[in-house]
Design a protein around this ligand. Sequence first.
Ligand code: FVH
Length: 294
Amino acid sequence: MNCTPKTSVTVLGLGLMGQALAAAFLRAGHPTTVWNRTSAKADALVAEGASLAPSVGAALKAGSLTIICLTDYEAVRELLRPSEGELAGTMVINLTSGDSAQARAAARWAEQHGAGYLDGAIMAVPPVIGTPEALILLSGPQAHHEKHRAALGSLATITYLGEDPGLAALYDVAGLAMMWSVLNAWLHGTALLRTAGIDAATFAPFAQELATGVAGWLPGYAEQIDRGSFPAEVSALETDVRAMTHLLEESEAAGINAELPRLIKAIADRAMAAGHGGEQYPVLIEEFSKPAGR
Ligand code: FVH
C-alpha cells in the first residue's frame, strides 16, 4: 500500500478538460477541490468525492496546488482579477491554451501578486488524461516543477521545457503547425485521389506510411538547419520545385482547391530566386524565418 501523503489540489474550470483533470486527481487519491462558473458541472465530481469551493478565493486557498483550465487567457484574467488579493502564497499551474506572450504576461502578473506560477500546454484529449499516453508540457521556474511533478504525474506524462514560462505555449503552437500541415496535406491528397474514384480509406494507409517516412528525415534535416549548411545529399530544391509544378498542375486540372500547392511552390520559388536551387529542402528555413515576401 502506498502511504505517501497526496498533495491537495484545486481545479478551476470544469469544461471537458477540467473535469478530466479533476477526475484523474480523484482517481489518484488527491484531496480535490473544484470550482466552475457554471456550478452544475461539478456535480459528478462532487459525487466522486471532490469538494466544491464556494468561491474562487476559497478554491485558491483550499489546495496546495491550483490547476486552471479555461477557454482562453481572457477568461483566466476575468476569473482571477477579482480574487487577486488571494493569490499571495498560492501555486498556480495554468493549463489553458494560448500563445507565448500571453503565458509570459500571466507569469509576470502571478509573480507580482505573490503566486508561484507554471504555464502548461495539454497535448491530449480528455479521455486519455490520467494515463501515460497524455502529454503535458510545462515551463517556468524549475523549482516549482520539481516540487509539483509527482502530483502532476497523476494527470499525464510531464515534459518540463525550461525556465521561460512561454516555452510550453511556443511548443504547443509549433505542434499545431505540424498537426494542421500534415492534416491539410493529407486532405489535399485525398481530394486529388477522389477525382479518380479512390476513397479516403484507400489512401489513408499509404499516406500514413509516407508521413512516417518523411518524419524519419527530420533529425538529419535538423542537423543541416543547426549547421546552417544545406548540401544536396539526396535531392536538390530545383528537383523538388519541378515536382511541385506537377502537383500544382494536376490539382488545377482536377478542378480541386489548389491553394496549398500554390503556397508550397511560392515559398520554394522565392528560395530558388535567392539562389538556393542547388541546395537541399531544409534551406527553406530561411523563408520560414522571416515575414512572407521579404
Ligand atoms: N478538450 C480538448 O480536447 C483540449 C485539448 C488540448 C487543450 N485544451 C485546452 O483546454 C482548455 C479548456 O478546454 P475545454 O475542452 O475544457 O473547454 P470547454 O469545455 O469549452 O470549457 C471551458 C471552461 O472555461 C470556463 N470559462 C470560460 N470563460 C470563462 C470566464 N469568463 N470565467 C470563468 N470561467 C470561464 C467554462 O466555464 P462554464 O462555461 O462551464 O461556466 C468552462 O469551465 C482550452 O484552453 C483548450 O484549448 C482542450
